[in-house]
Design a protein around this ligand. Structure first.
Ligand SMILES: [Cu+2]
Length: 173
């Protein structure tokens, strides 16, 4: 196991669910012995990890933080850790429009990302060149952006980059 994904608690180690599983195993054994058929047994999803959520809000997270790539504000968490194949969803939790848009090829928050209006349209995937959530209205969620490649990928908001609205995505294999 690598680092924990998205800070989700690991659910399958709690003693209660383990004893419940044991009860199921016992019930199954009894049914096998008695020939009872098993109808629509509830099954846990094999992969319960959903997308990692990043909240965008300059009004909520206006305080500037310093991360590896430079100064960051308006995103939580400022640094997201994923594995290849995981996805991230950006949620606009603000009263203004925002984007999360790739700083392609940058290892630090450069002064001018030289974005065009392409940033306002949802496109791409993390680790394969340019990507953007597109323009997210207040309350809007982005489509899931899939991490395609290991590496460190920076992004910022098309509208508020100058105000420090920037974040970092670290993808491990
Ligand atoms: Cu913004």
């Amino acid at each position: 196991m690598g680092p924990m994904k998205g800070g989700r608690p690991i659910m399958n180690t709690c003693p209660e669910s383990r004893s419940r599983r044991n009860a199921w195993a016992l019930a199954l054994a009894v049914m096998c012995i008695t020939g009872t058929s098993l109808v629509a047994a509830p099954r846990a999803r094999a992969d319960s990890s959903g997308p990692v959520i990043v909240s965008l809000s300059l009004s909520k997270y206006g305080t500037v933080q310093t991360i590896d790539a430079g100064k960051s504000a308006g995103v939580r968490p400022e640094v997201v850790r994923l594995h290849v194949g995981d996805s991230v969803v950006f949620v606009n939790d603000d009263t203004d429009h925002h984007t999360a848009t790739a700083l392609v090829g940058s290892t630090s928050f450069i002064d001018d990302p030289r974005w065009t209006d392409d940033a306002l349209h949802a496109t791409g995937a993390i680790g394969s060149g340019f990507w953007s959530t597109g323009d997210l209205a207040p309350g809007q969620r982005s489509a899931p952006l899939v991490a395609k490649k290991a590496g460190t990928f920076l992004y910022g908001c098309f509208f508020d980059y100058g105000a420090g609205m920037r974040g970092e995505i670290v993808v491990s294999p």
